[in-house]
Design a binder for this molecule. Structure first.
Ligand SMILES: [Cu+2]
Length: 275
């Protein structure tokens, strides 16, 4: 059974095997297909028309399915590897072990944002940014850019307290749990973390930075935590909503999976700490 662990608790061996599996997916070209898919949805998801991956109720089940597909690809390389999660309320500075050279490497240099250490530095020749929006083929970061702060545990708790999953107009203007977690409204959790990391993470090609998966694995855990707190609050909307994935509608690009199929994460994996 797959257990997703807090990245701060990984052993040196677990970190190395995770990094090696990610590098192998990169080498074969499989990794970049995930970047391409994500960017296509970021570009296509619209507040006033069709929206699936972002700014809509299916933000959470879509990313759960996307992460599952990535985790299965990692496990095809090394069956022992699972996706770790980054609790950015706890590990909230560039000094965190997450950013050490034996794991994801650190922030970018000031001149051009280029990450200079760790397995994903351009100089190692194993991490070239192929799916990109400009000429720069190196991983970039600006951790804590402009003095930004990562969300606090109190801010997370204020969002977990919201009883309703999502609300009309089912987009970036919505009230409710999903949009506050996604970050278009209120204290801003998920979006703010992308901006805090900077570089490619602050763009549509954000999966170019492997921290994407650890960030989204924690967002996914917060969904599970929210479900545990509100067992009688369903996924919404329940049917007949134009441009939006209702609970029983299939989601692109897979077309064989619905939000209903994604509600119970324990069918696929558990977390090291109970929700
Ligand atoms: Cu996304």
């Amino acid at each position: 059974m797959t257990v997703r662990k807090n990245q701060a608790t990984l052993t040196a061996t677990e970190k190395r095997r995770f990094v090696d599996a990610v590098l192998e997916l990169k080498r074969t070209g499989r990794y970049d297909t995930f970047v391409t898919t994500h960017n296509a949805f970021i570009m296509g998801d619209r507040d006033d028309s069709d929206r699936v991956g972002h700014r809509s109720p299916s933000f959470l089940p879509w990313h759960r399915r996307f992460l599952l597909e990535f985790e299965q690809a990692l496990q095809a390389v090394d069956p022992e590897v699972t996706l770790p999660y980054w609790d950015w309320t706890a590990d909230r500075t560039p000094r965190s072990s997450l950013w050490a050279p034996d794991f994801l490497g650190g922030t970018g240099r000031s001149r051009d944002g280029r990450v200079m250490d760790g397995p994903f530095a351009r100089s190692g020749n194993r991490w070239t940014i192929g799916v990109r929006v400009d000429g720069r083929d190196f991983l970039r970061r600006d951790l804590g850019a402009g003095g930004r702060q990562l969300p606090t545990r109190a801010e997370v708790d204020s969002v977990l307290a919201m009883e309703t999953y999502d609300m009309p107009p089912w987009n970036s203007a919505s009230d409710g749990f999903r949009n506050h977690l996604e970050g278009w409204r209120g204290v801003n959790l998920h979006n703010r973390v992308h901006v805090w990391v900077g570089g490619q993470m602050a763009t549509g090609v954000s999966p170019n930075d492997p921290v994407f998966w650890l960030h989204h694995a924690f967002v996914d855990k917060l969904w599970a935590d929210w479900q545990a707190r509100h067992p009688r609050s369903p996924y919404l909307p329940s049917g007949g909503t134009p441009n939006v994935v209702d609970i029983g509608d299939t989601m692109r690009p897979w077309n064989d999976v619905t939000p209903a199929d994604m509600l119970d994460h324990t069918r696929f994996y558990t977390f090291d700490t109970a929700a």
